[in-house]
Design a protein around this ligand. Structure first.
Ligand SMILES: *[C@@H]1O[C@H](CO)[C@@H](O)[C@H](O)[C@H]1NC(C)=O
Ligand SMILES: *[C@@H]1O[C@H](CO)[C@@H](O)[C@H](O)[C@H]1NC(C)=O
Ligand SMILES: *[C@@H]1O[C@H](CO)[C@@H](O)[C@H](O)[C@H]1NC(C)=O
Ligand SMILES: *[C@@H]1O[C@H](CO)[C@@H](O)[C@H](O)[C@H]1NC(C)=O
Ligand SMILES: *[C@@H]1O[C@H](CO)[C@@H](O)[C@H](O)[C@H]1NC(C)=O
Ligand SMILES: *[C@@H]1O[C@H](CO)[C@@H](O)[C@H](O)[C@H]1NC(C)=O
Ligand SMILES: *[C@@H]1O[C@H](CO)[C@@H](O)[C@H](O)[C@H]1NC(C)=O
Ligand SMILES: *[C@@H]1O[C@H](CO)[C@@H](O)[C@H](O)[C@H]1NC(C)=O
Ligand SMILES: *[C@@H]1O[C@H](CO)[C@@H](O)[C@H](O)[C@H]1NC(C)=O
Ligand SMILES: *[C@@H]1O[C@H](CO)[C@@H](O)[C@H](O)[C@H]1NC(C)=O
Ligand SMILES: *[C@@H]1O[C@H](CO)[C@@H](O)[C@H](O)[C@H]1NC(C)=O
Ligand SMILES: *[C@@H]1O[C@H](CO)[C@@H](O)[C@H](O)[C@H]1NC(C)=O
Length: 655
């Protein structure tokens, strides 16, 4: 195995060479740790780090990035909630502004080190709606351990195990991955189903907690993050897939190996194994450091926002095309296909893409596995739901299980649509009230949009994007919902926000039945709590408005877990908020952030959703525990069909 040299060779020199002779090219390759790994799909983590650390720390880039990040934080709806810990979620306080000042004065060994520190700060907010994603480093070399873990109940006792389906699962990565372990003589296959006693010298579950608190991010509730540490099933890009989980699939290649104390599945004695990680490259192709930077790290034509009046798409977009989205940032843990023996073998009912539906062998229970609310087609999702419900009714189905496992969210209005379809049109408004932060620049944007007659085709701030709360009618073009603003006190600090408003989701593109298609007492939700965004809003609405039974699988013994994570509301990506500012003509305002010089996204939670149960508390901060909790077992941990049959028996008592 080749180990690359780490050296902080000034990149600028390499970048500025206009055309090199083959001799100098050869020299450059000798010392260029990115050239060493160019073209490889799988790379030992130390070699990946040598390439990432090759780019020197750059003060100009730090100032640019921190300027953008601190000015976007002014729009962040939850900033003041971090001034104090939130014990019911296990969330510590985070002094965001003090931390930014610390990062502004820290000495970093590389640009990567600076970016990691900033990533960790934002990740420690445990809000997947808010994140620093530098595409130079984030998920470019994802570290993969050939030993994903799950918590299973076996003979009445819960313990941590290496996934029993290890051989089938890891083999799906192909021989480029497994061949590496062959070449270093490491036999990972024997770890299948091994019971894990300790990891890195900590008890197995303590190490899981540590990963949940330092790596997982995304979900405010610690219990929900624990499930994110584990391997689990999901629907990804229309297919069944198995996630590595955050222990076995962290997004940065910072660890070389993990030391585990295990008892093999067929053994009785414990043994210590050092398991190597191997990083998987998912960035843009490169041949050397210069092209790595150019293709992955330098700002490109899509990094920053535009004035949508002049530079947006030629024709204003339809309402559906610009429906607010709320979704977990991309994959956040690589998965490969679900091993075939776990893909449901029941006949799928009218489903496809992200919605897979079945009738269980009892002939009474219909299952809708809603993998996300981010389908390929906004309209098709609606007709699929209608088709599935009608097929269920024709088949005499009387009870419905909705599986939301690893649902990363999507269109806000499709969550409201599914709620509306199940609750019936007579139920009325299927959403909730929301508000944006009324910082000084946001107030200027709304005023400027109104003054210039900018409408909802071009931006998210104009009033005609939203409806007045209560009667659900679209706001008039000149209604300034942020002036006057509303004040409240969060952790002793005054917080200003807009007046409340509703989403405009109706009319939907299929007719909502007047009455619920199934007795709402016979509709239940199953999942693993890793239910983000629109998924969190959907499950909260079902619970708050209909007392829907929610059964959550997994987690650790004797620990609470919320039934949803990441319940902020609408996110704006960096290019989106930048476009709002530029479209309003305010890019030269002193409060406006500059263009980013690097290829990155700083997304933030731009809009807050409020609970029906207490309209002063954001859904994100409203504690909601599931009525039912079940551990995974060797039969259910990766087998959705077996899990549904078990859940239907437990919840509905059917056999
Ligand atoms: C294995 O890696 C090589 C390059 O190192 C690549 O050409 C090949 O396509 C890869 N094979 C698979 C199955 O990904
Ligand atoms: C730092 O980055 C800026 C912006 O990309 C660039 O112009 C400058 O040359 C870099 N400085 C060094 C020392 O590489
Ligand atoms: C970082 O510190 C410099 C002075 O050292 C200051 O000019 C700059 O405004 C600070 N940046 C941020 C984002 O606070
Ligand atoms: C579970 O219990 C059965 C029957 O008592 C026993 O045969 C089996 O070895 C036990 N399995 C484990 C993992 O303890
Ligand atoms: C356990 O299984 C492995 C193969 O998976 C085998 O090499 C080993 O000898 C077995 N150990 C015992 C104690 O049976
Ligand atoms: C495991 O990783 C550590 C830290 O990088 C390294 O020092 C050690 O040599 C590695 N152990 C093995 C057996 O590869
Ligand atoms: C940015 O450039 C790429 C490659 O040249 C092109 O495919 C893409 O359409 C461009 N995007 C925009 C928004 O102009
Ligand atoms: C279908 O899947 C279930 C659950 O995984 C399994 O028990 C059953 O044996 C499978 N049936 C067939 C015919 O493959
Ligand atoms: C469900 O329906 C199928 C097909 O009509 C039938 O063969 C099966 O016996 C039914 N199962 C139950 C539990 O009623
Ligand atoms: C404005 O244009 C940017 C860049 O194309 C896009 O990201 C953003 O979603 C647009 N905003 C609206 C409201 O259409
Ligand atoms: C969806 O519904 C909207 C509002 O009724 C309508 O304008 C649009 O044409 C419909 N689109 C499709 C594809 O049905
Ligand atoms: C809600 O459902 C639970 C059972 O899950 C039941 O005990 C409770 O009484 C119900 N509450 C209301 C208000 O219907």
């Amino acid at each position: 195995m080749r180990s690359a040299t780490t050296g902080f060779v000034a990149l600028a020199a390499a970048l500025s060479l206009p055309s090199r002779s083959s001799a100098s090219l050869h020299e450059a390759r000798e010392e260029d740790p990115c050239a060493t790994i160019a073209g490889l799909t799988f790379v030992p983590p130390a070699d990946a780090r040598a390439c990432l650390n090759y780019f020197p720390f750059n003060e100009t880039l730090r100032q640019n990035v921190l300027d953008v990040v601190s000015k976007v934080f002014d729009f962040y709806t939850f900033e003041d909630y971090y001034l104090a810990p939130v014990p019911e979620f296990g969330q510590p306080a985070v002094e965001i502004r003090d931390e930014l000042a610390r990062i502004n004065s820290t000495v970093y060994a590389s640009d990567y080190a600076f970016n990691l520190d900033l990533f960790d700060l934002v990740n420690s907010l445990n809000d997947g709606h808010t994140g620093w994603y530098s595409y130079c480093y984030w998920e470019t070399f994802q570290n993969l351990l050939p030993a994903p873990v799950v918590s299973l109940e076996v003979n009445g006792t819960q313990d941590l195990y290496v996934v029993p389906d290890l051989v089938d699962f890891i083999s799906l990565l192909g021989t480029n991955y497994t061949g590496y372990f062959d070449s270093i003589g490491f036999d990972w296959a024997r770890l299948a189903g091994a019971r894990v006693l300790s990891i890195e010298g900590m008890s197995a579950y303590d190490y899981v907690d540590y990963i949940a608190d330092t790596v997982s991010g995304n979900y405010l509730d610690h219990g929900v993050r624990v499930n994110s540490v584990f391997s689990s099933y999901r629907i990804n890009d229309g297919n069944y897939s198995q996630r590595f989980g955050d222990l076995a699939g962290p997004v940065f290649p910072n660890l070389d190996n993990l030391t585990m104390e295990v008892i093999l599945a067929n053994g009785t004695e414990s043994e210590r194994v050092v398991i190597p990680y191997l990083a998987s490259f998912a960035g843009e192709p490169f041949t050397d450091a210069a092209s790595y930077w150019a293709n992955n790290c330098a700002a490109n034509n899509e990094t920053n926002g535009v004035d949508n009046l002049t530079q947006g798409s030629a024709t204003p977009r339809s309402r559906a095309a610009r429906q607010p989205r709320a979704a977990l940032a991309t994959s956040s843990s690589l998965g490969v296909g679900l091993p075939l023996q776990f893909v449901p073998n029941l006949t799928a009912v009218a489903g496809e893409d992200i919605l897979w539906s079945y009738i269980l062998p009892d002939n009474k229970t219909g299952v809708m596995f809603v993998g996300s609310f981010d389908p390929e087609d906004y309209y098709s999702f609606q007709s699929q739901v209608a088709d599935v419900v009608s097929a269920f009714q024709n088949a005499g189905v009387t009870q419905l299980l909705v599986d939301l496992t690893n649902n990363g969210g999507g269109y806000v209005c499709l969550g409201e649509f599914l709620h509306s379809y199940l609750a019936g049109a007579d139920f009325g408004f299927p959403g909730y009230s929301s508000a944006v932060r009324a910082n000084e620049l946001a107030q200027k944007i709304v005023a400027a949009d109104i003054a210039q007659g900018i409408n909802d085709s071009y931006a998210y701030y104009p009033p005609d994007n939203w409806a007045y709360p209560g009667n659900n009618s679209i706001m008039s073009d000149n209604f300034n919902y942020i002036d006057p603003y509303v004040t409240k006190t969060i952790n002793g600090v005054q917080y200003n926000e807009s007046q409340r408003f509703y989403d405009v989701c109706t009319p939907f593109n299929v007719t909502i039945p007047a009455e619920p298609p199934f007795d709402l007492a016979k509709v239940a939700i199953v999942g693993n709590g890793d239910c983000a965004s629109t998924c969190a809003q959907f499950s909260t609405l079902m619970y708050e408005r209909h007392n829907t039974t929610i059964a959550i699988f997994g987690g650790k013994p004797n620990e609470t877990m919320q039934f949803k994570g990441m319940a902020g509301e609408q996110v704006l990506e960096w290019a989106d908020i930048d476009s709002e500012i530029k479209t309003a003509g305010l890019q030269d305002d002193p409060l406006a952030p500059p263009d980013l010089l690097v290829n990155a996204d700083f997304r933030h939670n731009w809009r807050t959703a409020y609970s029906w149960t207490d309209e002063e508390i954001p859904i994100a901060y409203y504690s909601d525990l599931p009525q039912l909790r079940f551990p995974y077992t060797p039969d259910t941990y990766m087998n959705p069909q077996a899990l549904w049959i078990f859940a239907a028996e437990q919840i509905f008592g059917s056999s």
